[in-house]
Design a protein around this ligand. Structure first.
Ligand SMILES: [Mg+2]
Ligand SMILES: [Zn+2]
Length: 176
């Protein structure tokens, strides 16, 4: 399943063309041993909303790339996914921040070419943004499987907890 997704171009003075973000564990807290399925329990990570707001203010398109295998297994319903997506948007909006586009893998293991660490979500996004140069894009994620596919496409990638402490520190670095 895929939906047409559009990405607004970066502002001409922007330092990067696109900033890709993983969702769970990067923007919001992960749910240990389960899926983020309850909008009431969505918690943004410290500094995350402010970091996204800084990217927005700098004219950088912010694109979420997220694996949501629970949609394939039935453990996460489309309604739950939509409610969580809306809750994240609301929490960001409260801080003047927004996500410009989201690319989601709804598939189980081994069923597609988009579930990270495959690079299909990035390829879909780059196809939707022909003006973007991978060498002028950044990816931030909390897992090796987030950064490997990005680096394979020539995108600069930071793994939280390894390369940088958190999203706010990453944004500080890339906007320097
Ligand atoms: Mg993650
Ligand atoms: Zn997929």
């Amino acid at each position: 399943m895929s939906e047409p997704v559009t990405i607004p171009p970066a502002r001409p003075d922007a330092l990067w063309d696109i900033v890709f973000l993983d969702r769970d564990g990067t923007l919001n807290e992960r749910v240990v041993g389960g899926y983020v399925d309850d909008p009431e329990r969505v918690v943004l990570l410290p500094g995350a909303a402010g970091a996204v707001a800084r990217l927005n203010a700098a004219g950088l398109p912010v694109v979420v790339v997220t694996n949501q295998r629970g949609l394939a297994t039935g453990r996460l319903s489309e309604e739950q996914y939509a409610a969580v997506t809306a809750r994240i948007a609301d929490l960001l909006a409260a801080r003047g921040a927004w996500i410009d586009a989201t690319f989601v893998c709804r598939h189980d293991h081994g069923q597609c070419d988009c579930r990270k660490p495959a690079d299909g979500l990035f390829r879909q996004a780059l196809a939707a943004a022909p003006w973007a140069d991978p060498a002028r894009c950044v990816m931030v994620g909390d897992m090796p499987g987030d950064v490997a596919p990005a680096r394979g496409l020539g995108i600069t990638a930071y793994q939280l907890g390894t390369d940088v402490p958190d999203l706010a520190a990453t944004v500080e670095r890339i906007l320097r």
